[in-house]
Design a protein around this ligand. Structure first.
Ligand SMILES: C[S@@+](CC[C@H](N)C(=O)[O-])C[C@H]1O[C@@H](n2cnc3c(N)ncnc32)[C@H](O)[C@@H]1O
Length: 410
């Protein structure tokens, strides 16, 4: 079967996919611009989809998931890979939808190209309409919903958390990372209801701001979330949450898991506090004396479930066709999931205490020897993720500093 004119055949995971010919949509600097093509396909999201199929394998092995919905499916590559790679039992409906007719036509072709039967259903519909129609009108139990839009997922979160079945999983991608990071203060408040500005660990904050929004939205429907896997990489945030029902639990989770981050934009010192503290004046950094900046309300409970994540990692190791970089990313997320905290950036700590920045691994070793959890950050090359008090981090930075000057960020 040939792809239509303007499309070429690509292989991703175990799927064969007709995708727009990237040579037709290159910018002046030669880079492919997926949003210019009639149907969206971004090769930079292969790791995102690799992790998605590994996670679904783990979810299915735990007895989870019934019907699967990919309501913003574009070429259908995600839903098709799920059908081919995640070990989905026969009879599990996989619904792929898109508002664009071009996308629907390519999706239908791609479903045929991969010899997928009637379990994979292609629908021309608005994403919210599709989720509600399946859950409410057709009574389909939706075990997994994957919201992967261009930009912010906020317009689809109500329908996703309201339509997913009890204990189902909602996955979200947010590519408006600059907003979630706090670069545009008013947009962060408008879009996500979070007050704050950019700090030195803004990528970590982005994940917690999105989780906060999802938890608050779920609570509107008397539902609560448990994050299974959350991370930020490249240009996006990705979160997978289990959604359960119960108004009382939803209130409890909001009380326990929403709080404020207070961050030093000089040395990267940070702390988590209850949200109410955000209203009660300022505080100063115990390391350098700078005034701390608050960001609230954000998710302050763990952002991933370590046991579940271990299962996803194991599943990924059994899927030889996944990219090595996807496994490396998962391993990094797993290592850092030992502590529920933000990254401490050694370049800035070292500058504040007036020593040369030590190699990250030496500080990690030093903290481990002191008996704390500590790992290299997979988000910041000069970052350590640790549950150690700041005094111990500073002590390790001082003791591990090289005697001669080094270049700063590794
Ligand atoms: C970023 S692409 C999806 C990429 C795809 N999930 C993947 O993994 O390759 C976003 C898609 O959402 C579609 N879209 C935008 N708004 C929509 C809406 N309200 N309902 C359904 N589809 C929509 C666009 O046509 C586009 O194909």
């Amino acid at each position: 079967m040939n792809c239509p004119s303007g499309y070429i055949q690509a292989v991703e995971g175990l799927a064969k996919i007709c995708i727009p010919d990237p040579n037709l949509y290159r910018r002046e600097d030669g880079l492919y611009e997926p949003s210019w093509a009639p149907v969206f396909y971004n090769p930079r999201m292969i790791e995102n989809r690799d992790i998605c199929v590994a996670l679904l394998r783990e979810e299915l092995s735990r007895g989870g998931s019934t019907a699967i919905v990919d309501p913003l499916a574009a070429t259908g590559v995600r839903g098709i890979r799920i059908a081919l790679e995640a070990g989905v039992p026969r009879g599990t409906g996989i619904y792929m939808g898109d508002l664009s007719l071009d996308a629907v036509r390519i999706m239908e072709l791609n479903v045929k190209l991969n010899n997928l039967g009637e379990d994979v259903v292609v629908v021309h519909a608005d994403a919210n309409e599709l989720m509600y129609r399946l859950a409410r009108r057709e009574g389909v139990a939706l075990g997994y919903i994957d919201v992967d839009p261009f930009g912010s997922p906020t317009p689809f979160i109500n329908a996703a958390v309201d339509s997913v079945k009890r204990y189902g999983v909602v996955a979200l991608t947010a590519t408006d990372l600059a907003v979630l990071e706090g670069r545009y203060r008013s947009k962060l408040l408008r879009r996500y209801g979070v007050v704050g500005s950019k700090v030195l660990q803004s990528k970590d904050v982005a994940v917690r701001a999105l989780l906060s929004f999802v938890a608050r939205t779920a609570a509107v429907y008397d539902r609560y979330i448990e994050p299974l896997l959350s991370y930020v990489t490249s240009h996006y945030v990705r979160i997978y949450s289990r959604v359960s029902r119960g108004g009382t639990m939803a209130s409890e989770i909001l009380g326990k898991c929403l709080g404020a981050l207070w961050c030093c934009i000089n040395c990267s010192y940070h702390q988590m506090r209850p949200t109410e503290d955000s209203w009660s004046g300022s505080t100063h950094c115990p390391v350098c004396g700078e005034r701390l900046k608050p960001v609230y309300p954000v998710w302050v409970c763990p952002i991933s479930n370590r046991d579940y994540l271990g299962g996803v990692l194991k599943a990924s190791s059994e899927m030889h066709w996944l990219r090595e970089s996807s496994r490396v990313l998962l391993e990094g997320i797993y290592r850092a999931s030992n502590s529920n905290t933000l990254t401490t950036r050694l370049t800035f700590v070292a500058r504040a205490v007036k020593v040369n920045p030590p190699p990250v691994w030496r500080v990690v070793e030093c903290l481990l020897q002191k008996g704390f959890a500590a790992a290299r950050s997979f988000t910041y090359s000069d970052g350590v993720v640790t549950d150690a008090p700041v005094e111990d981090v500073v002590e390790c930075v001082r003791s591990e500093t090289p005697s001669c000057r080094t270049s700063g960020v590794e």
